[in-house]
Design a protein. Structure first.
Length: 272
C-alpha cells in the first residue's frame, strides 16, 4: 500500500492509498501483479489520486469464456472513475484493466484541459476513440431459482443531457445510465447497443423534446412497462437482457433491475 504523509501536498499521478482485494480463486502473486500494473497506470493521472481500489474476482465454471474479472475504482480529486475488464486468467484481466485505466486517465486529462481552455466538453466519440475494445463482463451462472435482489440503490436522478449521460456512462464503465433527460424532463436510461452506439429509452417517450448534442443515439418509441418486482424479474429472465428499464408501479418513476456479476440482481430506483 502506497501512502503519502498528511503534510504533503498530493501531486498529479501520486496515490494516497492503493488497496487490492482478491477472491478465493486469485493468488497472492496475482494481487501483487495487480498492485504493480495498476499502480503504474495511475501515474498517468493528471490530478492527485486520493485513493484507488482494485478488486480481483474469479470462478471456476468451465463454461465461462473469461471467468476472471478485475475492477478498479479511482477517486481522483473527488471525481470517481471506474474501469473493469475480464480475461481467461487473472494476469490477462489485470493487463487489460491496467491498459484501460491508463487510456481512461489520459482521456480525462484531455477533457479537463479542454474545459479549462474554454473548448467545451469532449464528445463521447472522442472519449472512446483509441481505447481498448470493451466487452460485456460475464456474470456467475447462478440458477434462476437461487437469484435474489441483493443490492438496492436509491439516489436523486441527475437532470442532464444525453451528452452528459454518455460521458458519465463511459467514465464509470456502466452498461447504462439512469437519469432525467433535461429536454423532456422524463426519467430515462441511456444504454450501450450491441455492436456499438447508444440508445435512449424513456418511461414516456417524447423524442421531439429530447435535447440533442454531439452524441449520436437512437430513441426507443416504446414506453417503459409498468411492473412490480416479480414481473420485472420474469421479464429479465425471459429476455436474457443484462437489465430491464421499467416504471415502478409503487413509485411511478423509472427504475432498473440488472444482473450482477455474482449472478444475483441489483435494483436502482430514484430517491423519493
Amino acid at each position: 500500500m502506497t501512502r503519502i504523509s498528511k503534510d504533503a501536498v498530493p501531486e498529479a499521478g501520486s496515490v494516497t492509498e492503493l488497496r487490492v482485494s482478491a477472491g478465493r480463486h486469485v493468488s497472492a502473486a496475482g494481487a501483487e501483479y495487480a498492485r504493480e500494473k495498476v499502480g503504474h497506470a495511475l501515474d498517468y493521472a493528471s490530478e492527485p489520486v486520493l485513493s484507488a481500489r482494485v478488486r480481483l474476482t474469479g470462478h471456476r465454471d468451465p463454461a465461462a469464456v473469461n471467468p476472471f474479472v478485475a475492477q478498479v475504482n479511482v477517486n481522483m480529486s473527488g471525481r470517481a472513475v471506474r474501469v473493469q475488464a475480464a480475461g481467461v486468467s487473472t494476469r490477462e484481466a489485470i493487463d487489460l484493466v491496467a491498459a484501460r485505466v491508463k487510456a481512461r486517465l489520459e482521456r480525462l486529462a484531455r477533457h479537463w484541459e479542454a474545459v479549462r481552455g474554454g473548448r467545451g466538453e469532449v464528445t463521447a466519440h472522442e472519449w472512446r476513440h483509441g481505447g481498448a475494445a470493451r466487452q460485456r463482463l460475464p456474470f456467475f451462472p447462478r440458477g434462476a431459482e437461487d437469484r435474489q435482489v441483493v443490492r438496492r440503490k436509491a439516489y436523486a436522478l441527475a437532470t442532464e443531457t444525453c451528452d452528459e449521460a454518455a460521458f458519465d456512462l463511459e467514465l464509470m464503465d456502466y452498461e447504462f445510465q439512469l437519469f432525467t433527460e433535461s429536454g423532456s424532463g422524463i426519467d430515462s436510461v441511456l444504454y450501450r447497443r450491441d455492436g456499438g452506439g447508444y440508445r435512449l429509452a424513456q418511461i414516456d417517450p417524447r423524442p421531439d423534446e429530447v435535447a440533442r448534442g454531439a452524441t449520436a443515439f437512437t430513441i426507443s418509441p416504446t414506453p417503459a412497462p409498468t411492473l412490480e418486482l416479480d414481473g420485472v424479474i420474469a421479464r429479465l429472465e425471459l429476455t436474457g437482457w443484462p437489465f430491464v428499464f421499467f416504471r415502478d408501479r409503487a413509485l411511478d418513476r423509472g427504475s432498473v433491475l440488472y444482473h450482477r456479476y455474482d449472478g444475483h440482481y441489483g435494483m436502482i430506483t430514484p430517491a423519493a
